[in-house]
Design a protein around this ligand. Structure first.
Ligand code: NDP
Length: 339
């Protein structure tokens, strides 16, 4: 059967496509341009007959989604803006996230074959940033960010608008299920900072267009040995390959229906990332990484996460931060050399 993947050209979306293809599913990926669709297909040469493309210039375009969802039995919904580089917080972050979720649910309602829609929400839709670092607090899928559409409307801070975009879209989805009782169910995954290598760099025009979370790692890896280690802003992470597996299982497992999952490997701090990069990269690459105070950890000074529901119900396990960031940084160096 065919799974519709929105945001298939994105960092997480490409891993989700790879996981679905690997498990024998057909994939229809929505893309914003024909060119990107062609490049995306070429990233999976072994599966050329199993991957098709749906051109949807904007994720809020319900009509096109209704056309493209025909024949699909499930949806992985990932298309949503994740950037702080915006002029207008509401129209560039909150609106596309919310209207995109509305559109995909409406489209799913139009195709009787659809059994499940997996929504990629976020840790941003879980925690309440106004409470600060909350030492000792353990967060799981039971918590919901208190941000509202009014917060997303009034703020000039893209970080607040992004967090609002995720909770507002997610809340809409839960209400939709409650009120409309459609023929499909949903499953929601809430990942924190997602790191890890790209499936392919073929869609990357330059390193300035690297996705947001990995940009934080790449910038830090290039600050220089004597620079201070930047403060750790979102101290919880998950490897993209583990997240893709979690999304896949949230899609296929019956018991994941109408459930929400925290999908987090746990906490980390930037000093830890710098330590592992300096240990594992080659000498010429390691010397670009801030030294800071090796071995110093933030442990105990901020909230952490509990993903035991995802571990038990979805049967997933988590890679170490070392695994995520070393593979990524080496891949980006190779990209830089060849461009
Ligand atoms: P990317 O920026 O790499 O991918 C975003 C994807 O969404 C791209 O395919 C992009 O298309 C598409 N997209 C964005 N806006 C629109 C729009 N208006 N219409 C159509 N398509 C659009 O981000 P990630 O892969 O990191 O993020 C994917 C999802 O995961 C998002 O929902 C994000 O909120 C969520 N998430 C990400 C985390 C992270 O740390 N990376 C953490 C928690 C949640 P195009 O390629 O054309 O730009």
């Amino acid at each position: 059967s065919t799974v519709l993947v929105t945001g298939g050209t994105g960092f997480i979306g490409m891993h989700c496509i790879e996981t679905l293809l690997h498990h024998g599913f057909k994939v229809k990926a929505t893309v914003r341009s024909h060119k990107k669709g062609e490049i995306l297909k070429r990233c999976f040469p072994r599966y050329s007959s199993k991957i098709s493309i749906g051109l949807i210039k904007d994720i809020t375009d319900t009509k096109s989604l209704i056309r493209e969802i025909k024949g699909c039995s499930a949806v992985l919904h990932l298309a949503s803006p994740y950037t702080y580089n915006v002029k207008d917080c509401f129209s560039e972050l909150v609106e596309p996230a919310l209207e995109g979720t509305k559109a995909i649910l409406k489209a799913a309602e139009s195709e009787s074959k659809v059994k499940r829609v997996v929504i990629t929400s976020s840790f941003a839709a879980v925690f309440d940033a106004t409470k600060g670092l909350q030492p000792g607090v353990v967060l799981n899928e039971d918590q919901f960010s208190p941000l509202t559409i009014a917060d997303g409307c009034s703020t000039q801070d893209p970080a607040v608008a992004y967090r609002a975009s995720k909770i507002v879209a997610e809340r809409y989805a839960w209400n939709f299920i409650k009120q409309r009782r459609p023929h499909f169910d949903i499953s929601v995954v809430c990942p924190p900072m997602v790191y890890g290598p790209l499936v392919s760099t073929a869609l990357l025009d330059n390193l300035d267009h690297l996705n947001f979370s990995n940009t934080c790692i790449w910038k830090m890896a290039n600050l220089g040995a004597d620079s201070p280690v930047p403060p750790t802003k979102g101290p919880v992470y998950v490897d993209v390959r583990d997240l893709a597996e979690a999304e896949y299982r949230a899609l296929i497992l019956k018991q994941a229906g109408n459930e929400r999952f925290m999908v987090s490997a746990g906490d980390f701090c930037n000093q830890e990332i710098c330590d592992v990069l300096r240990q594992s990269l080659s000498h010429d690459r390691a010397r670009n990484v801030p030294v800071g105070t090796p071995g110093q950890r933030m442990s105990g000074s901020h909230y952490t996460t509990d993903s035991s529901k995802a571990i038990t119900m979805l049967g997933i396990s988590f890679r170490s931060i070392e695994n995520s960031v070393v593979d990524l940084v080496n891949q980006l160096y190779e990209y830089q050399i060849s461009h």
